[in-house]
Write a protein that binds this ligand. Sequence first.
Ligand SMILES: Cc1cc2nc3c(=O)[nH]c(=O)nc-3n(C[C@H](O)[C@H](O)[C@H](O)COP(=O)(O)O)c2cc1C
Length: 186
Amino acid sequence: MIKVAIVIGSTRPGRKAEAVARWVHGIATQRTDAEFELVDLQDFDLPLLDEPMPPMRGQYSKPHTRAWSAKVASFDAYVFVTPEYNHGTSGALKNAIDYLYREWNNKAAGFVAYGSAGGVRAVEQLRLVMGELMVADVRAQLALSLFTDFENFTTFKPAPNHEKAVSTMLDQVIAWGGALKTLRSA
Ligand SMILES: Cc1cc2nc3c(=O)[nH]c(=O)nc-3n(C[C@H](O)[C@H](O)[C@H](O)COP(=O)(O)O)c2cc1C
């Protein structure tokens, strides 16, 4: 059985990311074809990248990098829950991704985004980043609207149709995550 991380991609006080990630996790854990874990960037307290060696070398000098590396390495696939900040992902998520390299390679990813236009521009940016990290990013994605999926732009109240979209995205992440696990073990 593969292990899938649901990554909370905002560390902003009052963030929406946590409610969205918990909702995804609640849907995911009804399945029996993979294991799911919430991974909160806040728990790792990563400063702006402060490693002297490029991540590709895997020579980490800081305890926070080693802790983040061990956590990311323990998964076969990832669901990134991302806000849209200035038509990109959050600085916190991009920084956390940049910390590592091999830990991401030959794994799968899906995206759950939110924003005024469903966070789609943040996801497009992340897809470019995934290519460089050799992460296979699936087609299905969640595009949650600040206008219709959050009451008063604040409280997360997703439209019912999104639940099916989460399942479709997870189907694809689990299929590709499983296929790439075979590749990694070969
Ligand atoms: C710095 C910043 C830039 C933002 N830029 C955008 C944007 O380009 N497009 C958009 O749809 N929403 C934008 N927003 C609104 C965010 O989508 C909204 O605040 C959301 O709640 C942020 O996610 P978080 O609460 O999980 O941090 C921006 C918010 C911030 C703080």
